[in-house]
Design a protein around this ligand. Sequence first.
Ligand code: NAD
Length: 526
Amino acid sequence: MSAVISFPTKTDEIISYNPATGEEIGRAANASAEEVKEAVERARQSFQNWCETSFKERAKFIMEAREVILAEMNEIAQLISTESGKPIVEALSMEIAPVLDLMQYFARNAQKILKPEKINIGQLKFLGRSSKIIYQPLGVIAIISPWNYPFSIPLGEVVMALIAGNTVVLKPSELTPLVGLKISEIFAKVDLPENVLQVITGDGQTGAALVESAPDKIMFTGSVATGKKIASEAAKNLTPVVLELGGKDPMIVFEDADLEAASSAAIWGAFCNSGQSCSSVERLYVEESIAEKFTKLIVEKTRKLNQNLGSDATTDIGAMISENQLKTVEKHVADFKRSGAKILTGGRRNENYQGTFFQPTVIADAKNEMRGMREETFGPTLPIAVFKDEKEAIELANDSDFGLTASVWTKNLRKGKRVAAKILAGTVCVNEVLYTHGIGQTPWGGFKQSGYGRTHGKLGLMELVAPQHIHVNRYTVLPNAWWFGYSENALETFRGFARYFSSGSLFQTVKLTPQMLKRVKELRKK
Ligand code: NAD
């Protein structure tokens, strides 16, 4: 029996459009609060059995789902590209391939990562005590996801939640519901037990209903504004939340960098997915001595980019997701112009297409106080500012409310690592940009307004379990010195504990033996 529920249309529908053409490509249910509550209830019931399954059994479903994706790779890539506007190459390179790697990694390694851990409790172990941590699944995980990586972000989190023994209710973005439903179809094909994964489509209100229905944890990826609403609503039930929010990521290029590589990385980091990545290069800081040469390289390379429909294999830059998103970019570009920055190439909507295409845009003379250097643009713009020395580069990069990722470019790796450690961001790359969300083994998450908690890697898996401490006493024949029967003798014993035992040194603790024996004798008599 197919196990995964996709909601029937009980309320109104959401319509999915191809942003490159404006054509309708399908419809999905706009689930009501009642339907969401029922889904969470079903997930809670199915948790009882699912959490009893072994890692091996759970891994089997994930590896089979991986095979389904491999078999349908081209159709899935086509769907991602059509619904989000991104080039089909990026649907494969930035979504399908990395998430397939993440799936095999967690299927093969979750048990090892979550194996019980012994804790060294110091001298208490000589009294027959031991402690360990075991990792329990949490229960029902609510995943609320955005449209910009509509396949890899939710699927990666679904896989991590399931392998840890949780059940999942996923609400994909209302702009990409069909890709969300594809995830449920994939798991239905491998007969995942009933209600272990449910995908409910709907808008922000459906998401809000999911938060209100008190799941055991919320994994949210999206804007700062929505993240704040979710954190505040979740607090009413004390539901823990991981917030993966926006970014305004800086790239620092020193004069000793490989300028060929750095310029190619800068335009890819700024313009891939039409600049709609949380970790897009949104601020480029270049050392004064190479600024002119480097900017020229960037402009030359940008002018060669091919902007076209995402379905064409040679397209570098496709459509943006929506008119709203495009308007934000227009506002930022207009503000750059007004504030004295120069548009070197691009700067407007690409009128050759019906859909929401914005030309890749390079901006010189940007300053940190300009709007497009402070707020997330989330579009294909690359503003360039200049710095004099290392200290100023670090100050400019850190002068932001966000702290998701950053990059430092220099051939001097010692300098690169030194600067990286001074940047306030969850991930800092030396001579690389943007791509580490694609390395499932590494943690992903931000500082400051970019959110809290982590996804991916060991730290991300730990977000999806409750660490439980198990403490054992093997010698119950001896009464504890701290139990009732308080006396002058007890006082003296604990003065000794403070002086000797708490030093952490067995050599000191031995001095306590006569007093301990007196105390035990006293307790035995009582
Ligand atoms: P968004 O905040 O508008 O929506 C994200 C999700 O939240 C959607 O599914 C939406 O329906 C839902 N939602 C909206 N209102 C809600 C509410 N009140 N309660 C519960 N759910 C609600 O974000 P978006 O436009 O889809 O995504 C773009 C943003 O996501 C950008 O800011 C980007 O930087 C960020 N993002 C961050 C990461 C990261 O890993 N840090 C990754 C991708 C995108």
